[in-house]
Structures are given as C-alpha cells and as structure tokens.
Ligand binder design. Structure first.
Ligand code: FCB
Length: 505
C-alpha cells in the first residue's frame, strides 16, 4: 500500500482524536503555545508556477551540500556479525506487506560496499553524509553492552568519511526497532524510552570523539502513524490508543536520548529530524479548515514542540483525557525537554485534509479526517510536486525553532528512468524537482530562515519501504541484478555541479 492510501484509510483515526480534542477545548482560553495557530495562508494556487520569479540562487558561504540514506534501506547484511532482528527484518516477511515481496536483506549491500558509497559522495563533491545506525547491530535485542563487530562497522564508515573530507551525520533511529523490544510492547511501552537512551549513550561513547553532529530520530510522525495507527509500516499495528502512547514514548526517548548523548560526550551537538508538510484544507469549508488545522498539530508540531516547551500543542487531544491517552505521568514535562542544537527538516510534498462524517465508534475519537490528493503534477511515487510548500513550511517552522540552525535532512523525488542504450540515466524530472525546491529554499534563506545544509534523498536507489525496489529516489542508479553496479544519473551530475558552484544556475 502506498503512503497516500494510508491516509485515506486511516489518518481518519488520528484526525478523529484531533477533532474530538478540538471540540472539547473549543471554549478554552488560549494560552501561549509554540505551535502557530491557524493564521496560515499558503500562497500557492494549484497549477501555478510559484517559483518563476527567481531562476538562479547563490547559497551562503560554507553551505553544506550532502545526501542521505538509512541503514535498513541500503546496508543489507541483515544477519551478519551478530546483528539482531529488527521490526523491518520481521515485517518484510509478512505476505502482502511489501511490493513484489521485496526485502532489505541485501539492499545496496552497503555494509560491505561502504567504501563505494564514500567514493560516490566524493565523486558528487558532497561534504555531508546523513546515514543511520542500525540499533540491532549495536544491541541485537535492544539491551545490554554494545556488539563489537557492529560498532566496528560504524567506526570504519566514520573514519572513511572523515578521511574523504566528508562530515558524518548519523541518525540513531531510522525505523528499525529491535524486534525483541517490539515483543515487549514496542514504542507504546514507556520502557522503550530508557532502552533508546542506553543505546544513544553507547554510540556517543564510541563515536562522540569523531562525530560532532547527531540526529536522534527520523520522522517520528511517520513511523508512529504508519507503524502503530495504519499498520502499513513495521511493526504493522493498527491501534489508535497504541499509536498515541507511542508518540509519547518517542518524545520521552527524544529528551532522554538527547541527555544521554550529551553525558556520553559533552562536545556533541544533538538535533533530530522532523518531516513537515503544509496542511491545506481540501475545500473552503469551515469543517475542512478546522480539520486541517487540527491534523497539522499532530503532524508538524507533535514532536518538535514538546522538546522545546515541555508540553504538547493544545487542542489536538481532549484536554481532560490527554494524560491518560498518552500514558503521561507527572514530571514528564522535564523529561520531554531538549534544547536542541539544530533541527533537521525533511520535505517532500503537501497534505490536504478534509473533514469526514465517518464515525469510528471509539469513545472520544468519533470524528474522522481524510486526506485528499491535489491536482498538482506528481512524481512517480504519486506525491504532489509543490515547491512553494517548501518555502511556506520553512517560514512556518522557523517561528517555532527560532535561532536554531536548520538542516534540510531529506528532499528528493522518485523517478524510475532506466539506463538508455549507452548506459546513461536521463532523468530530467529529478533535476527539475531539485532545482525548484532549491530555489524555494534559497528564498526562505533570503527571508531569514537559518538553513546551513541540504541533503538530497537519496545517494542511491534503495529499498523504499512498502514500495520495495519499485521506486527509485537515487542520484545514483543501482543495478540490483548486476553486482550492485552504481552509475551516477544525469541528475547526480547536475547536483554535483550545484554543490561545486554553491549555486543553482
Ligand atoms: C522519507 C523517509 C526515507 C525515504 C523517503 C522517500 O519519509 O525518511 O527513508 O523513504 O521518505
């Protein structure tokens, strides 16, 4: 199932929680909240060409050009050197969950070919590599001391990057929870937060001397919604109550992991990665506007506001039941807090929200929200192309993140162009997508958003979760049938020139 379909079938449930909360707090006195309220007026008119006013951009001196991958999507070697089973290792085995029954068992074989990956980064003249660490290589069952062979792998990768003059930017959690921890309740189980903090400490102790910048989580919104609410991602659960608890445990883990990394090595800088998207009402109706506003709180703000303020955006859950629904305890405010050193933002597309009359029959969650896809042109995975939204959401998030430096930790497009007769991969639409988004980014920087780096998703074609290998996001073509041969695509050469010139021409 595509991530879009998920919304139709089941964002409804989350929206129900939001709208119920909205109703029950409608008369509450507004108190300051870090989440901007519904004054949001996106400038985009569907079908227009919003960035046509500028067509070149120079980036600030020292701007960091990079690319990103994630452990499960590229490493392979799923059971080597003492690695334990993760929820994705398990989930891909369930019939019908992944297109073509694909798995990440081999993926791009980066575990053995990481030197090729570093060479690719160099060939593209990139200066930052965002990768993720597989928790199960470090703690096979999610507890206990670090596994030496797993630690050695990230040691080698880090040293190879540094030797090539490339900044390592690791993410501790890109969705691959140890299966053993899922068996003990997974993210809805509060104890998982402490396990995550232990893991963070192990990594900080091992690599904090050489890695300065760390990301805690990748897209907490997406992996909690798709993993516990809609079930289209691992671990495949569909339970709105488990989902809500999972969001709170992740936020606790975020605060505790932040402190664990800093205690392990005082010099490290810690941030996290949030996926953001403009939430547009599907129509001009009041009901849709309220639905979009409410849904946005659970998406754009649910994971960035708690670390910065110690509390959740108001009006997303019924105030009287919020503690119970989240499994929150007195004193959690302090655990949630994390004065982030920087903020990572991922941007791909927009979100359209419509209120729906469908009832779920769950007490307090009795109104639903649907997602409607807009009229814009789509990438091959079916996601709307909406560069104006990148500008809009950066301006919006900047109100929350303030002085903190921002890094774009992911942005990119799926286009499935294949090699031509000469072996070249002609993928002009990817370059056009990147170009339009980089122009939008440069406008946001000019308007005061402190963005210091950009990572294109992805360095190479890889395992795209429920889509298996059917969607190619890479700057580099990977021939999965021919010894993992990697060929830089036309868009990769285009992006390398942007990185070299520090400008979009
Ligand atoms: C993001 C994920 C990343 C990849 C891209 C296409 O949501 O963080 O792993 O799947 O989408």
């Amino acid at each position: 199932m595509d991530r879009r379909d998920f919304v139709k079938s089941s964002l409804a449930t989350a929206g129900g929680a939001l709208l119920a909360g909205r109703t029950s707090t409608a008369h509450a006195v507004a108190t300051p909240s870090a989440a901007p309220q519904s004054d949001y007026k996106p400038a985009h008119v569907p079908g227009s060409v919003p960035d046509s006013v500028i067509d070149t951009a120079r980036f600030p001196d020292g701007f960091l050009w990079g690319s990103a991958t994630a452990a499960y999507q590229v490493e392979g070697a799923y059971n080597e050197d003492g690695k334990g089973e993760s929820i994705w290792d398990r989930f891909v085995l369930a019939p019908g969950k992944i297109k073509n029954g694909d798995t990440g068992n081999v993926a791009c074989d980066s575990y053995h070919r990481y030197r090729d990956d570093v060479a690719l980064l160099r060939a593209l003249n990139l200066k930052s590599y965002r990768f993720s660490i597989a928790w199960t290589r470090i703690q096979p069952d999610g507890t206990g001391p670090g596994n030496a062979r797993g630690l050695d792998y990230y040691d080698r990768l880090t040293d190879a990057l540094l030797a090539a003059g490339i900044r390592p930017l690791p993410t501790l959690y890109h969705w691959d929870l140890p299966q053993e921890l899922e068996d003990r309740g997974g993210w809805p189980n509060r104890d998982t937060a402490a396990r995550f903090a232990d893991y963070a400490a192990i990594m900080g102790r091992r690599l904090g001397d050489r890695i300065e910048n760390w990301c805690l989580f990748n897209e907490s919104k997406t992996f909690t919604q798709l993993g516990y609410l809609t079930g289209i991602f691992a671990p495949g659960r569909k339970d709105p109550f488990a989902f809500l608890k999972a969001t709170h445990t992740v936020n606790l883990a975020h605060g505790m992991g932040f402190r664990a990394l800093k205690s392990a090595n005082a010099r490290v800088k810690v941030g996290s990665v949030y996926d953001v998207s403009p939430h547009l009402p599907a129509s001009g109706s009041e009901a849709d506007r309220i639905a979009a506003d409410a849904m946005e709180k659970l998406s754009n703000f649910w994971f960035i506001v708690p670390p910065l303020t110690g509390s959740y955006p108001e009006g997303a859950l019924p105030a009287a039941r919020q503690q119970e629904l989240l499994g929150a305890r007195p004193g959690d405010e302090q655990l949630l807090r994390a004065d982030l050193d920087f903020v990572g933002l991922n941007y791909y597309s927009l979100t359209r929200v419509a209120a729906s009359q469908e009832k779920l029959g769950i007490p307090a969650l009795d109104v639903t929200v649907d997602w409607a896809v807009g009229p814009d042109e789509k990438t091959d995975i079916g996601w709307d192309i909406y560069p104006q939204g990148f500008y809009d959401i950066l301006m919006r998030m900047h109100k929350v993140t303030g002085r903190r430096p921002i890094e774009i930790t992911e942005n990119g497009a799926a286009y499935n162009n294949r090699p031509d007769a000469t072996g070249q991969i002609h993928d002009p639409k990817r370059s056009a997508y990147l170009r339009a988004h980089l122009l939008a980014l440069s406008r946001a920087i000019a308007d005061g958003v402190p963005v210091r780096g950009y990572h294109c998703w992805s360095l190479m074609d890889n395992f795209e979760w429920a889509q298996g290998y059917t969607q190619r996001f890479g700057l580099t073509w990977v021939d999965f049938d021919d010894h993992q041969r990697r060929t830089i695509k036309e868009s990769g050469h285009w992006y390398a020139k942007v990185a070299t010139d520090n400008r979009v021409a």
